[in-house]
Structure formats: structure tokens, C-alpha cells
Write a protein that binds this ligand. Structure first.
Ligand SMILES: [Zn+2]
Length: 71
């Protein structure tokens, strides 16, 4: 994955636009459950990609490897 992906809309194949979740920091964070303690190894910011044609939004975590069940 990574921060700069080229993603096309599943519905209309339009190139999706990377955007930013609106929150205090502008970074929405997901944490793997069960939450043992806050660690950057088991969390990641999520990045929304928006289709400017149909409005579909896809969310991607910046670090999918942090959500591996085996760790
Ligand atoms: Zn679309």
C-alpha cells in the first residue's frame, strides 16, 4: 500500500482522489482489537479516496501489515 496509490473507482473506473478525513488532526486512526496499549505497531491512519464522478469513498489504512492477525 502506501500513501500515494493510483486507485480507480470500482463503479465507473474514474481515477479516485486522495483526500483527508476531517478531524482535529486531519488524521483518522484505526487500532487493531483487542487494544492492549496504544502502539504505532498495531495502528494506522486511514486515508479516504473519493470518486469525483459517483461519490464512492474507499478507505485504506496506511499500514495494513499492522493489522496482521498473527502478530
Ligand atoms: Zn465512481
Amino acid at each position: 500500500m502506501g500513501l500515494n496509490m493510483n486507485i480507480n473507482c470500482l463503479k465507473c473506473n474514474n481515477k479516485m482522489t486522495k483526500s483527508r478525513a476531517s478531524s482535529l488532526s486531519g488524521k483518522l486512526t484505526l487500532i487493531k482489537e483487542p487494544i492492549k496499549y496504544f502502539t504505532t505497531k498495531e495502528s494506522s491512519i486511514v486515508i479516504p479516496y473519493v470518486c469525483s464522478q459517483c461519490g464512492l469513498v474507499e478507505w485504506y489504512v496506511d499500514k495494513p501489515q499492522n493489522f496482521n492477525e498473527r502478530t
